[in-house]
Write a new protein. Structure first.
Length: 190
C-alpha cells in the first residue's frame, strides 16, 4: 500500500536553452498543485514578461538592499545579472503543505541544499551543445553577446551536474516531462 505523499522542495537547473521553462510549464499543467515562486532579478524584462509574474524586476540597488535585509533564501550572479529566491515565498508554501519547484541556476541550487538538505536537485540537460545553441537561437531572446555568454557558461554548468540527485535529458519533450513528473512523485513518497 502506498504511504502519504509529503511536500518536498524541488530545484530544477540546467543550461539556458536546455528547455527548463518548456518542461516545467507542461509539468505544471499536469500537477497544478505544485507551488510556484516568483524570483527577483536585475535583468531587463523581455518582450511579454510581466513584473511580479515572470520575475520581480529590481534595480541593482534594490536587489542589494534586499540581500542586506536577509530576504533571499539564495541569490547568485547569473550571466552578468543578479537573481534570487525570496525566503518568505518558499517557507509559506512548504508550511501550507505544497511541494514546490524552483527554477534556478547551478550556484543557487547548491546554496539551497545548504539551507534545505532535503531539497531534491534535478538537472535538465540538452541532448548536445549543438542542439543547445540551436534552441537558444530559435528562442530568439538573446543578443549576440548574451548568447555567447550563456553558451560559455553552459560548459561550467555541465560540470556541476554531478552534484544533482537526478539528471534528465530533454531530447523528446514529452519523455522529459514524464520523467520529471515521475521523479517528483517518487521523492514525495520517500
Ligand atoms: P530554458 O528555460 O532552459 O532557458 P526554454 O524552455 O526557453 O529553455 O527552451 C529553449 C528553446 O528550446 C525554446 O524555443 C523551446 O521551445 C525549445 N525546446 C524546449 N524543449 C525542447 C525539446 N525537447 N525539443 C525541441 N525544442 C525544445
Ligand atoms: P533567464 O534570464 O533566462 O530568465 O534566466 C537565466 C538563469 O537564471 C536561468 O538559469 C535561471 O534558472 C536562473 N534563475 C532564475 N531565477 C533564479 C533565482 O531566483 N535564483 C538563481 N540563483 N537563479 C535563478
Amino acid at each position: 500500500m502506498e504511504g502519504k505523499p509529503r511536500a518536498r522542495l524541488f530545484v530544477v537547473s540546467g543550461p539556458s536553452g536546455a528547455g527548463k521553462g518548456t518542461v516545467l510549464s507542461k509539468v505544471r499543467e499536469l500537477r497544478p498543485d505544485l507551488g510556484l515562486t516568483v524570483s527577483a532579478t536585475t535583468r531587463e524584462p523581455r518582450a511579454g514578461e510581466v513584473d511580479g509574474v515572470s520575475y520581480h524586476f529590481l534595480s541593482e540597488a534594490e536587489f542589494r538592499q534586499r540581500i542586506a535585509q536577509g530576504e533571499f533564501l539564495e541569490w547568485a550572479d547569473v550571466h552578468g545579472h543578479l537573481y534570487g529566491t525570496l525566503r518568505k515565498d518558499v517557507d509559506t508554501l512548504l508550511a501550507a503543505g505544497s511541494s514546490l519547484v524552483l527554477e534556478i541556476d547551478v550556484q543557487g541550487a547548491l546554496n539551497v541544499r545548504e539551507s534545505y538538505p532535503e531539497a531534491v536537485l534535478v538537472f535538465i540537460a540538452p541532448p548536445s551543445m549543438e542542439e543547445l545553441e540551436r534552441r537558444l537561437r530559435m528562442r530568439g531572446s538573446e543578443t549576440k553577446e548574451s548568447m555567447a555568454l550563456r553558451l560559455a557558461d553552459a560548459a561550467h554548468e555541465f560540470e556541476l551536474a554531478k552534484n544533482y540527485d537526478v539528471v534528465i535529458t530533454n531530447d523528446d519533450l514529452d519523455r522529459a516531462v514524464s520523467e520529471l513528473i515521475k521523479t517528483i512523485r517518487l521523492f514525495e513518497m520517500k
